[in-house]
Structure formats: C-alpha cells, structure tokens
Unconditional design. Sequence first.
Length: 428
Amino acid sequence: MQIHVVESNQTLSSIASRYGVTTSIIENANELPNPDQLVVGQALVIPIVGRFYWVQSGDSLFSIGRKFGVPYQELARINGIQINQPIFVGLRLYIPPSPKSNREFNAYVEPFGSTVSEALETSARNAAPYLTYLSPFGYQANSDGTLKRPPLNNFPTIANANRNFLVMVIANQSEGQFSSELAHTLLTDKQVQNTFLNNIIKEAKRVGFGDVHFDLERLFPADREPYNQFLRIARDRLHKEGILISTALAPKTSSTQKGEWYEGHDYKAHGEIVDYTVIMTYEWGYSGGPAMAVSPIGPVRNVLNYALSEIPSNKIMMGQNLYGYDWTLPFVQGTTAKAVSPQRAIQIAVENNVAIQYDQTAQAPFFNYTDGAGKKHEVWFEDARSIQAKFDLVKELKLRGVSYWKLGLSFPQNWLLITDNFQVVKKP
C-alpha cells in the first residue's frame, strides 16, 4: 500500500499514472469527496502490492533497507541494482510488502436515544470485517444492580456474521455523566454487587456476548482497591461461563498520577486480572479544550510506555480516535469544537481552498481557514499518515491491537491500512 501526499498541480489522473493504476481505483479506495479538486497536502492511499520509495539525499541501500525492514541485498536484487552501485537522489525503488502479524481490533459503536440509526448500523456492518470485537456502548448500571439496556438492533447478527466477539460494555453513567457515587455503590455494597453480576451474566448469555467490558470512570481514589477486588470476582464468574473480561483505562503516565479520572485505575492490577485492557490514548485535543492533535504520537507513546511497565503487551489495546475537531479561534473556555470525520475535514479544506499541513512532531494533519463570517478556524484530524504512524507504534511495542472510538464517522483509509499491515484475529 502506497501513501501519496498530493503536491501542487497534481491531479487524480497524474497520480494514477505515476503508480500504474486507474483513477477509479484511487477514487474508490479513498471514497474521495473531492476527486476533481484535490487539496495540496491531502494523503491518499494507493492500493498496490508493496510500495515505491524515491531516494533522498543521504540515503543508501542499507539505510533504506533498514527503514523498511528489507535486507539491502534483497532490495538491490528486486530493483536490479548492483549492491555497490551508487544510487542517485530521485531514483524510484520498489519496496516489497512486509509480513503481516496477527492483531486484534475493537470498535465501539454508540447509538443515541432508543434506536439505532440506519447509518450507524451500516457503519458497523462495513467495519465488522476488519474487527475482532464489536462493542455497542453501552449498558448503564443502576444503583440497585439492575441494568439499562442500549438498543442493539442488528449488532448481534452483524457480529456473528463477521466472527466478531460481541462486547457487553458497562458504564457507571447517570444522566450522561460518569458517576463516582454510582460506582462506589456497585463496588462496595456486596448485595448490590452480587445482583449486578447476576444480571450481567444473565444478559450476556441471553444476547450472546463473548466479552464483558467494564468502563468504570471517575472513581473515588478510595475505590481503587474495591474496583480491583470486584474485577477478581467478576473474572472468576465470567470465566466459568466462557466469557472474556476487559476494562477501559484512563491514559496515565505513572501509578501516582493525580486527578479524578486516574486515581481509581490500577494498571498493574488490571493487567493481572482481566483478559485485556483498552488504554484510552486520545482526547489530548478535545471538544472543550484548545486546538491541538487529538492523539499526538508523543503523549500516546508516553502513556503506552508506562502501561507496558505494568501490563503485559499482549493485554494492551491502544485507543485510537476515528474523528477530528474543528475549533473556532481564538479558543474561549466554555466553547465546544465541532467533531468532524476525516472525509469532512478534507471537504472543509476544499471549500475554503486551503492546503493541508502535517505536524511531524504530533504525526497529525491540520489546517486553518476563515469562514464566510470572517471567523478563523483550526482543524485537526486523522489521515493515512497518522494512522500508519500509530500502526508502526503498535508493531514496535508488540501491543495486542487497536481499539477505536467510535464508528459512525467515515474514514475508509483506516480499514485499508489495517489489511495492509495486519492479519485481523477473528473469533474461533
């Protein structure tokens, strides 16, 4: 798979000719919102086997081979070059595809209200072939141990048809907010806790969930150990039923990190108890904050490095956003940025005739524009380059896989890059 960044005066036709493919192949692969008006800086995936690389100043066959994990002797053989032959800047080299390793992929899907929209169901159906787990968000726990069901519609059927584990996500939410008090009751009142687990197991067996995923957030610091004890009890009961157990964890960089989102999560204990964890490595740039990359790779790496010091790598799923944000500038505390899909971000760039830039430090695309009312905006989103950078990190750190928040916003390049990089693990 080739990632091509559009340059000035390039057209879809000229790019297709460069790689020996048709324009329709590129247009369909990227589901291009702007085939007749490409944007400078726009990343495209070109669905070819392997990739091409143009020699840059300072390159050698050895350094290029090391960069792509190909022995330099093999690189020379494939490209018909003598090993000791000098290579010149601009020379095009073919890089063969790397072997694919097995990884697991999860995606949350969040219906709103009492129904599942047709568009959301279609999004789940389109993504399911690339997933190991499909996670409707979510069941709400009540203070008496009962559960409020989310609408599931055809999610169980979609999961079954695509050999996905259907995941029962359970959250301590009350009126749309994570409730410390509710979690405290569930974790410390033994009678309520027993009722809670009985209801979880009954519902999991009724629907056919293969995994129960606890997303208990904003816990009181004193409930850190009660949460660990609860998970041990839940694990033993769920495993007896042949059901996996997993948790979502806030993005920490130390065991002593302060803050209402962090202190109740014990990385080391979760790593010992549950089958896997989802580390929520996103929302540095969030809707209520100043403009910046949603999941800049530096902070993501820092969190994962700490996680690896406490949790086995084969139990860590890296969280990844499938969206970006459009902020109105200057940022004012209390205002909210608008969520945008990668496809919509490209359309905004087209509509305002601005180039897309790429922050090499954050490994994320962004651009600025001025709207019709004269207001300035800053948009950060995801593209093929930013996702490939995260996939490279998953390989480097030997993580279990990737968990996406959330389906519903179009990002076709992501799914193509999954198949180019990995073999998706499926339910037996």
